[in-house]
Each structure stands twice: as structure tokens, then as C-alpha cells.
Design a protein around this ligand. Structure first.
Ligand code: SF4
Ligand code: SF4
Length: 169
């Protein structure tokens, strides 16, 4: 057990996870809980108990979509997405492999596109993800085609020039 885990998580997340009284409102509203092993409020309990190895080995911290549903439902104003983010940081800092490596890969590629262009570009992020994850390029074209036809996904990226420099007024 790692009894300093809760203080590390609170410091990194800016939350007071010890306020959780396990009413399950967060877990009841979490859209990805069916894919998780534990669920959000159980993860908070594991944080309080210092069960860091079990947390880092689970998929839950990588499956959290950061949707803030839990934060809006929590009577104690605990933002579990921030807690999940802190746990991902601690897992990687401790040399643990991501239990869902594709999630980490997509995150790195998404941030890489933003660093390059100054803004996100869905087609570039998805294309790079398909290549690096070795997934078939066209296996979910249906959803993408619908968004493209509605003008939601531009094919060519636009960059903010010059990236990283402040705008002159
Ligand atoms: S909604 Fe808040 S208090 Fe209730 S279990 Fe979830 S984190 Fe804990
Ligand atoms: S932020 Fe994460 S844990 Fe909270 S409801 Fe959304 S997916 Fe679930």
C-alpha cells in the first residue's frame, strides 16, 4: 500500500478526494463504467487505501473520457476526471505501461498535431492513429463520412502562424 497516494493525487488534481462518501452518483452517471473494472467511486476508494499498483494495472484510468459527468453529479464537488488525470500522470511517471496503450497513443498524436498546427485537426489525428496503431484505415469510415458531408471534418489542416509566437496587436 502507498499511504502517500491520496496526498499526491490531491496535490496533482487540485481535488479533495477524501471528501468522497461513496454515494455512487458519479458511477451511476459515468458513460463508460460498463467497460471499466472498478468504476469512478471505487477508484477513489482505492486511492484512499493506497492501492496504487492495482489502479495502475487497471484500464479504468485510461478509459475515463474526461466528460465531467461525475463532477456535475458529485454532491462534494469532486472532479474525478482530474483525479483520473493525476493517476495517469503518476502511472507514467512510475514507469507503468498504460493498460490501454491505444488511448495513450491517441493522446500523444492528438497533442502532437496541436503542437505542429497550433490547433486540433481530427482527420490528421485519426489518420496518424490508424497508421501507428496498425488498424485498418477504412474500418470506421461510415461515421467519418457523415461528419465530412456535414462539413464537420475539414480534410486539409489549417495552422496558426507562426505557431508558438504571440499575435501582434
Ligand atoms: S458522487 Fe462524489 S461523493 Fe458520491 S461517490 Fe462519487 S465522488 Fe464520491
Ligand atoms: S469524467 Fe471519466 S469517470 Fe467521470 S463520468 Fe466521465 S468518463 Fe466517467
Amino acid at each position: 500500500m502507498n499511504m502517500s497516494l491520496i496526498s499526491e493525487v490531491d496535490r496533482l488534481s487540485g481535488q479533495q478526494s477524501e471528501l468522497c462518501y461513496h454515494c455512487h452518483k458519479c458511477t451511476a452517471g459515468c458513460p463508460v463504467v460498463s467497460a471499466m473494472t472498478y468504476g469512478p467511486d471505487h477508484i477513489l476508494r482505492m486511492v484512499a487505501l493506497g492501492q496504487d499498483e492495482a489502479i495502475y494495472a487497471s484500464k479504468d484510468i485510461w478509459l475515463c473520457a474526461g466528460c465531467y459527468t461525475c463532477a456535475t453529479r458529485c454532491p462534494n464537488d469532486i472532479d474525478i476526471s482530474a483525479v483520473m488525470d493525476a493517476l495517469r500522470q503518476l502511472a507514467l511517471a512510475g514507469g507503468h505501461k498504460a493498460a490501454e496503450p491505444d488511448v495513450l497513443l491517441f493522446h500523444k498524436l492528438f497533442v502532437g498535431v496541436i503542437k505542429r498546427l497550433g490547433r486540433s485537426h481530427e482527420a490528421a489525428s485519426l489518420g496518424l492513429f490508424k497508421v501507428f496503431s496498425k488498424q485498418p484505415l477504412l474500418n470506421d469510415m461510415g461515421a467519418g463520412a457523415g461528419l465530412f458531408m456535414r462539413g464537420k471534418i475539414p480534410i486539409l489542416p489549417e495552422s496558426i502562424h507562426p505557431v508558438g509566437k504571440s499575435i501582434k496587436r
